[in-house]
Write a protein that binds this ligand. Structure first.
Ligand code: ATP
Ligand code: MG
Length: 581
């Protein structure tokens, strides 16, 4: 490819709406252009990268024994009603109607469709296990599309689904996919950590996410991990707390005391001269449409996904001050945020108010708690004497670094990660309600035991930019770079330089290297800037040194520069490219 013909417009500046490196770089280097919120055009350079990620994914999925198919992007409501998700899937599901008024949705994921396909085709245990996958665009009307390709509304995903006749068979396939994923991300030039995670809207019990660890804002997930090998997403992480902590107060009896203007835990602690570990904090959430009070020891914080799961909802947010005040008034109190407690709060917005306690409050005694009255608190309170122990007691606590590993007891560490793939043990979550069954050895019908396995193709490409760049631009891993190399003649007017550059270009092409010849009549500085920004792994510059038979060879990843013979430079590139296969 000649640079003069390559369809690419690099920009002088980063786009103003981009927050993270991969978004900034991919726009500035001419890989993507925004069409609408969370929807991007993949321009030729980007499409080359995406096709390479797809190719690696296909090769490893096929090698692992999975079979590729392609399902429709538009899906009928009926199947989603069978699984029970038409109502349960939140605002991310893009629903639409056709001209006959039939309801459809844009596929955010394909469990329903694949389960219907399996139910048609897999009738006997002899056909199992089977793993089917596709690579396709998905649409999710994300609440916060951001970060360019990392969290788009339309994005490309590889989704695979396995069908097995037993738990063991399914677990073997789960392991098989784990190994395939490890190979895929390694081949893409990415180091990943597999971490335990919450199963979210997809369902099931066991699941792991493959995270690209990063210290940038692009890492939307907190990952807690320990030297012993434990690693989990914050939405699923558990920990042990220090034991020698004071959780029982010294009050001799329960009473209500004045605590004027103590709107925060800090103010309350200071006023009562007590540690936060003696206070039961009450937070108000809206889960789907229901009001939920979450109680937790006041030195700790709530993990919203854990709370949502404890309630059995699919959408969670903290209540607004307006809602809290209204809830108080409706229940006959004139309380205020900062003084809330579970006693006497019964109903709001047509639903009973539910109370969920974190495990940290279970053993607290003689504690402090809000009583829904401004400027006072209850002190010396005890469970089931002064306030009822909530029916639901569950781990809804956000783990913090420094707390202790529940497996080995060492302090947990925290880092951030970009989830590039995940694997789920679904069990019969879809096969049962959809009556997707096979005949077992005894001629009895049984629902398939399923697994599902996703990889964000476009997110993986963006994550590679997060992991490989410097201030000048992208440093593509060779395996997924849009082109392997660029050859730059410093002066296109210099006949010798041009001739050598063209020779190297042709040699590289002949050996299967994907290479660009920068034939533009531009200053060398401009060409170097573009080459660094776009992120060619290898750059061969033909300049004045050619009079001594040398070219400048630059390795983008390490920024190493060598002055070597043209044939030596070509050989390094050809060998590296051949070693990819
Ligand atoms: P997240 O928690 O980041 O929203 P998810 O749990 O919803 O991800 P899955 O439904 O399991 O993701 O989808 C499989 C893969 O698809 C993810 O591991 C991720 O790589 C990718 N993916 C999910 N949502 C998006 C998105 N909005 N934009 C780009 N890629 C995405
Ligand atoms: Mg999601």
């Amino acid at each position: 490819m000649k640079m003069s013909k390559l369809f690419v417009q690099t920009l002088r500046e980063f786009p103003s709406d981009a927050e993270v490196i991969s978004h900034k770089m991919l726009v500035r280097a001419g890989f993507i252009r925004k069409l609408s919120m969370g929807i991007y055009n993949y321009l030729p350079l980007m499409w080359r990268v995406l096709k390479k990620v797809e190719k690696i994914v296909r090769e490893e999925m096929d090698r692992a024994g999975a079979q590729e198919l392609l399902m429709p992007f538009v899906q009928p409501k009926e199947l989603w009603e069978e699984s029970g998700r038409w109502g349960a899937y939140g605002g991310e599901l893009m629903r639409l109607k056709d001209r006959h008024g039939r309801e459809m949705c844009l596929g955010p994921t394909h469990e329903e469709i694949i389960t219907a396909i399996a139910r048609d085709g897999l009738k006997s245990y002899k056909q199992l296990p089977v793993n089917l996958y596709q690579i396709q665009s998905k649409f999710r009307d994300e609440r916060r599309p951001r970060f360019g390709l990392l969290r788009g509304r339309e994005f490309i995903m590889k989704d695979a689904y396995s069908f097995a006749a037993s738990q063991e068979e399914m677990e073997a396939e789960y392991k098989n996919m784990w190994e395939a994923y490890t190979r895929i991300f390694k081949r893409c030039g990415l180091e990943t950590k597999a971490v335990q995670s919450d199963s979210g809207a997809i369902g099931g019990s066991v699941s792991h996410e493959f995270m690209v660890i990063t210290d940038t804002d692009a890492g939307e997930n907190d990952v807690f991990y320990c030297d012993c090998g434990y690693a989990a997403n914050s939405n699923h992480a558990v920990s042990k707390l220090a034991e020698n902590i004071k959780t029982a107060g010294d009050w001799e009896q329960a009473k209500i005391v004045d605590t004027p203007n103590t709107h925060t835990i800090e103010e309350l602690c200071e006023f009562l001269k007590i540690p936060a570990t003696l206070i039961v904090k009450t937070l108000v959430y809206i889960v789907d449409k229901k009001t939920v009070l979450a109680l937790i020891r006041a030195d700790k914080a709530i993990e919203e996904t854990k709370l949502m799961n404890a309630v059995g909802g699919s959408d969670i947010r903290i209540a607004t001050t307006g809602e809290i005040e209204e809830m108080m008034v409706v229940n006959g109190f004139d309380g205020e945020k900062g003084f809330i407690g579970p006693n006497g709060l019964k109903e709001y917005n047509g639903y009973p108010i539910m109370v969920v306690a974190d495990e940290t409050v279970k053993d607290m005694k003689n504690f402090v708690i809000g009583v829904n009255k401004k400027d006072v608190h209850g002190v010396g309170y005890n469970w089931n004497v002064d306030v009822n122990m909530p029916e639901v007691v569950s781990d809804i606590r956000l783990v913090e670094a420094g707390e202790f590993c529940s497996i080995c007891g060492k302090p947990l560490k925290v880092t951030r990660g970009i989830e590039v793939g995940n694997i789920f043990q679904l069990g019969t979550k879809y096969s049962k309600p959809m009556n997707a069954v096979y005949l077992d050895q005894n001629g009895k019908t049984q629902p398939y035991i399923m697994g599902c396995y996703g990889i964000g193709i476009s997110r993986t490409a963006a994550a590679a930019v997060e992991a490989h760049h410097d201030e000048q631009g992208i440093k593509w891993p060779l395996a997924i770079a849009p082109y392997h190399a660029i050859v730059i003649p410093v002066s296109t007017k210099d006949e010798l330089q041009m001739k050598v550059a063209e020779d190297i270009y042709k040699t590289l092409l002949k050996h299967g290297v994907e290479v660009v010849l920068d034939d533009r009549d531009e200053r060398a500085g401009v060409k170097f800037k573009d080459a660094d920004l776009i992120g060619f792994p290898y750059r061969i510059t033909v300049g004045k040194g050619i009079s001594e038979g040398l070219v400048e060879f630059k390795i983008r990843e390490t920024e190493e520069i060598l002055n070597i013979k043209p044939e030596d430079a070509a050989e390094v590139v050809v060998t590296a490219v051949h070693n990819l296969k």
